[in-house]
Write a protein that binds this ligand. Sequence first.
Ligand code: PGA
Length: 249
Amino acid sequence: MRKSMVAGNWKMNGSSAFAAQMSEQFNQHAPTVSSVDVVLCPPAIYLSQVQGDAQGYACAAQNVHFAGSGAFTGEISVAMLNDIKCKYVLVGHSERREMFAETDAIIAKKMAVCVAASLVPILCIGETLVQRNNGEAFAVVKRQVLAALEDIDLKTNDIVIAYEPIWAIGTGETATPEQAQEIHAYIRSVLEAEISLEVAERTRILYGGSVSALTASELFSQPDIDGGLVGGASLKVEDFKIICSAAAN
Ligand code: PGA
């Protein structure tokens, strides 16, 4: 049985006051969602603060560099994330792929350093609207998954996958539960065919893309949807609580 997860990706939003409020709220809310892993993904500057206050939730960085240390201005390393006891990292978010030119090869390197450092990467994948309309969604997610897993052994390591169709991110247009379930089941079948049934059954696959307090419970009730990666709605405390609770059912 896979434990549900809901991760709130603040992107480049928030403040230290917002971070303190979220920590307090989700520490309090923890008992009611004890069957869900709640993960907060603040901007790097607040990560240490939010992680330091964490009791009822875990933290994820929004990004990490693949190098161990050195002259990489603006970047953070896996050792730094370990140092502050951060457990998860978003890897390959579509905004990083599109706006910061992250390729499948870069993402594979990031996946490998995370796993080697015992951080759990949350690998983000998903097709554009053009790719979906061309009937390429399955091929795109398969390519992204296999490329990202190139250098890691999933039989001995855990990762989380977040399927986030790009056309649904920040647009208010959520994939239907059926559309999402179809891709999630496919991703699981790829894991089974390429790695093992055990890995396919163990790996959590989250849905992301305009998840809201209204759409969460129907999405999360699909058999292959193990929770969500939530952007906009994770900035609204009450909505995010409802979404976390929806994953507990
Ligand atoms: P959204 O973002 O919920 O605002 O669509 C999701 C994401 O980008 O992770």
